[in-house]
Design a protein around this ligand. Sequence first.
Ligand SMILES: C[S@@+](CC[C@H](N)C(=O)[O-])C[C@H]1O[C@@H](n2cnc3c(N)ncnc32)[C@H](O)[C@@H]1O
Length: 221
Amino acid sequence: MNALQKYLSYFVKIGVEKTSSTYSERLEVALQDGKLILNSKNANYSFASLHRVFQQVFQRIKIDQKPPKKMLVLGCGAGSIPSIIYNELQLDVEMDAVEIDEKVVELGNKYFGLDEFQKLTVIIDDAANYIKNTGAKYDLIAVDIFEGLNVPKEFLNQPFFEHLKTNLNNEGQLLLNFVAYNYEAKEEVSAIEQRLNHVFGNVETFKLQSINRVFYSIKKG
Ligand SMILES: C[S@@+](CC[C@H](N)C(=O)[O-])C[C@H]1O[C@@H](n2cnc3c(N)ncnc32)[C@H](O)[C@@H]1O
C-alpha cells in the first residue's frame, strides 16, 4: 500500500482483492483507516471490529497477567487473535488455530503475515470435527466461528460445550464470540448463557462494540 492509498483509506474503503470460496460467497481484503482488513459479504472477519472485540476481551480477562501456555482458536480467520497475542501483547503462547476455509488462510498468509508466527499452528478443518477428535488440552479456547454474522447452531449447543470442557485444563478459560444483531439473536443470548452455565457452572457475558456478546466461562476442578 502506498502513502496516498493509506491516506485515502481514512475517507473511503479501498478494495484490494475480492474473491469467493466454498464457504463464503464473498471475501474481500480492503484498506480501511490505514489498515488492511478482511470482510465477508456482511461482516468483518479480521482486523476491524472483530479485532477490537478481542483486544477488549483480552484486556477484560487480564490475559497478560497470567498468559495461557497453550491456546486454541476455533475460526482462525486472517489472524487478528494471533496478531493481538504475538504483536501487540508480545505473549509467549503456543497456539493452534482451526479454520475451515483454506481461502481465508491463503488471504491471511498473503496480506496479514499469518504464516510468520513461529508459535502458531494453523489447521484446516471443521472446528466441530477438530474438537471431537483432538486429544489436546488447552488453557484457553476462543470460539470465533461465523458464517457471515451467524454462529452456526452446532457451535452453540450443549454437546459442543461439553467437548470444549473436555479439551480444557482445570482453570482453563473459554471465550465464545456471538453477534446479537437482530431480535432473534438477542433473544438467544440468555439461552446460550444458560447452556454454558449448565456445563461450566459459571458464565459472564461481555457486551462489546454494541452488538458483540462474548461469553466467558472457566472450567473449575
Ligand atoms: C470472524 S472470523 C474469525 C476471525 C479470527 N478469529 C481472527 O482472529 O481473525 C470467522 C471464521 O470462522 C470460519 N468458520 C466458519 N465455519 C467454520 C467451521 N465449521 N470450522 C472452522 N472455521 C469456521 C470462517 O471461515 C471465518 O474465517
